[in-house]
Ligand binder design. Structure first.
Ligand SMILES: [Zn+2]
Length: 136
């Protein structure tokens, strides 16, 4: 399997794959709730808060986000959001626009819950980009 040759794990809920040793490295996901699923992965893979870089990639195409001039996004954001946004980011692949908003605060709260109260960006070497997709 390609993911196994690349040193990756398959995360799945497909029970038919659960006990097939020929498939490769598999983590079978048990919970139904998405945040409980994430908690299982974090625990099973011993992922720490310093391992993650939330809000740095496009949620649509996974490319790293780049900060752009706020003025260039004025016609692609709601006026009230554009006026309040300090920084604006864009995906160089699909062009989707991101900014820090209430959605990102909720996600950060969930990340803190998943990792215990540690900050998801406690490591100052990393700078987290942004935030809320333009069409949410
Ligand atoms: Zn994208």
């Amino acid at each position: 399997m390609a993911w196994d040759r690349e040193g990756r794990w398959l995360l799945t809920r497909i029970t038919a794959l659960k006990d097939r040793p020929s498939v490769g490295r598999i983590l079978f996901i048990h919970p139904d709730d998405p945040f409980e699923q994430l908690q299982q992965v974090v625990n099973a893979m011993a992922i720490s808060a310093d391992d993650i870089r939330p809000f740095t990639r496009c949620i649509r195409c996974n490319r790293p986000l780049s900060e752009i001039e706020k003025s260039s996004a004025a016609d692609r954001m709601p006026d009230y959001v554009w006026e309040r946004a300090e920084r604006v980011y864009a995906c160089p692949g699909c062009g989707r626009i991101y900014w820090r908003g209430t959605h990102s605060r909720h996600v950060r709260d969930r990340i803190r819950q998943i990792f215990g109260e540690r900050s998801p960006n406690g490591n100052s070497r990393r700078q987290s980009a942004m935030e809320t997709p333009a069409d949410d």
